[in-house]
Design a protein around this ligand. Structure first.
Ligand code: FES
Ligand code: FES
Length: 144
């Protein structure tokens, strides 16, 4: 597979994608919250679509492109969603933030001017327990 632009040869296709990214590749921006597909902290993009990496085995992403929060910046500049999260104060503890940012980035890539309802729907799988979704929604508006 390709992870953040670099080809990665997989040894164990039965390993969780989350464990490969964090433990083998050191991409600790990928977080483990629930480990069962409920919280979205482990969200990464696979061929541009957000997925819960805790639910995906490495063998399922054979020859696919994986983007983590570490690979989202563009030519050393923050992605517009990352900049907006900062400006809108849309992150407190930050545990949910990589997943939130990746879900929003995927939404804006396929729908550049989404309405608030579309943003809420895109974030339905990402739980934030401390910032609250008002500021995250504001970040989405600023990114647009
Ligand atoms: Fe994967 Fe919670 S850790 S959804
Ligand atoms: Fe703490 Fe979202 S910023 S859970």
């Amino acid at each position: 597979m390709i992870v953040n632009g670099t080809t990665v040869a997989v040894v164990d296709p039965t390993q969780r994608l989350l464990d490969l990214l964090r433990d083998s590749l050191g991409l600790t921006g990928v977080k483990e919250g629930c480990g069962m597909g409920e919280c979205g902290a482990c969200t990464v993009l696979v061929d541009g679509e957000p997925v819960c990496s805790c639910l995906v085995l490495v063998g399922q992403v054979d020859e696919k492109e994986v983007i983590t929060i570490e690979g989202l910046d563009q030519q050393d500049a923050l992605h517009p969603v990352q900049q907006a999260v900062i400006h809108a104060h849309a992150s407190q503890c930050g545990f949910c933030t990589p997943g939130v940012v990746l879900s929003l980035a995927a939404l804006l890539a396929r729908e550049p001017n989404p309405k608030d309802d579309a943003v809420r729907k895109a974030l339905a799988g990402n739980l934030c327990r401390c910032t609250g979704f008002g500021q995250i929604l504001e970040a989405a508006r600023q990114a647009v």
